[in-house]
Design a protein around this ligand. Structure first.
Ligand SMILES: *Cc1c(COP(=O)(O)O)cnc(C)c1O
Length: 339
């Protein structure tokens, strides 16, 4: 048995999800004639109280499309130094949109309205890049699954509106935040111009993301998606998996969060652990002492068929998910205690 805690993307469709996929009614989505995709787009738009939505093959493509929608080449995008759009999308902001990022020195991937007020309200000068977009990420990935304080998001929304800036949310793991903080999609839909969500992370679908926004923006996004090579055909099979995930795998995220917290509790009692970042959702980041070292620790665990990821700077990451069972949980806790 392999206990794969590398990411919540490693999950495989459940038999029920596969059944939903097999029985999907499909059509050619490039012509917008796939009924299952169309229904899912409308369902998600409604869920967020927004006008429209568009299905994407990946979260990266959804984010990159959003950035392109909100910016012109030469513009500046405000995001945290840990942001996925900056760190983990292959430099796509530069390649696809020709923009640069103003990296804010936040806490665990989150910053405050005060930290961006000056750069957001800078008077246009011919020698300055124009700030056109503020991008947040919730939960934060490199920040260890941390959730934003909604009040701070409201303050940042005001800064965005006062300065006529676009406001995008990278919500790859937004449902983890909603469950952990007891928030609703509509709260987010009311503030952001565009939101991307992933079905292929904690929700357990094999593929798929959604970009949500106005009708006008989604019309432009449709063109950009085609341009990026993301126009797909009979993808109702995939939308059916995403739809199943939305209906059946949201509430259960609390189970992943509970397991992550239990792992943290065990790690706290282990003498070789030097630091554990606070655990709010399904991501746990911790450090082992220099005598062991992160690489050696990960190697030793891999020999026991337990897979973890290094996150740089000595960080080790564990991500709990749908396929991480109670039995695996018991084995992992024992191996950590006995290491
Ligand atoms: C996974 C992830 C994405 C999108 O990743 P894809 O692998 O392209 O679907 C975007 N933002 C964050 C924060 C992520 O964790």
């Amino acid at each position: 048995m392999i206990i794969d805690l590398i990411s919540d993307t490693v999950t495989k469709p459940t038999p029920e999800m596969l059944q939903a996929m097999m029985s999907a009614n499909v059509g050619d989505d490039v012509f917008k004639m796939d009924p299952t995709v169309n229904a899912l787009e409308q369902k998600v738009a409604k869920l967020f109280g927004m006008e429209d939505a568009l299905f994407f093959p990946s979260g990266t493509m959804a984010n990159q499309t959003a950035i392109k929608l909100h910016t012109q080449p030469g513009d500046l995008v405000i995001c945290d130094k840990y942001a996925h759009i900056y760190n983990y999308e292959s430099g796509g902001v530069a390649f696809n949109s020709g923009v640069t990022c103003k990296l804010i020195d936040g806490e665990r991937g989150m910053f405050t309205a005060d930290q961006i007020e000056e750069i957001a309200s800078a008077k246009p000068q011919i020698y300055l890049p124009y700030t056109s977009l503020i991008c947040l990420e919730n939960t934060t990935n490199k920040g260890g699954g941390a959730c934003w304080d909604f009040k701070e998001i409201e303050k940042i929304y005001k800064v965005a509106k006062q300065n006529n800036l676009g406001f995008h949310l990278d919500g790859a793991r937004l449902f983890n935040a909603l469950v952990a903080r007891n928030e609703s999609p509509k709260q987010y839909g009311a503030l952001f111009d565009t939101i991307s969500i992933c079905f292929s992370k904690g929700l357990g679908a094999p593929i798929g993301s959604m970009l949500v926004g106005t009708k006008e923006m989604m019309q432009k996004a449709l063109r950009l998606r085609k341009l990026l090579g993301g126009g797909m055909r009979q993808i109702g099979f995939l939308a059916a998996a995403a739809n199943y995930a939305l209906d059946h795998h949201v509430e259960r995220l609390a189970e992943d969060h509970k397991k992550a917290k239990e792992i943290a509790t065990v790690l706290k009692s282990c003498s070789y652990i030097t630091k554990i970042e606070p655990v709010e959702t399904n991501i746990l980041i911790f450090y082992v002492d220099d005598k062991i070292g992160a690489d050696h620790f990960i190697e030793k665990m891999a020999e026991k068929n337990i897979l973890l990821t290094p996150m740089g700077e000595g960080k080790i990451r564990i991500v709990t998910h749908l396929d991480y069972t109670d039995e695996m949980h018991t084995i992992l806790l024992k191996e950590l205690e006995d290491f």
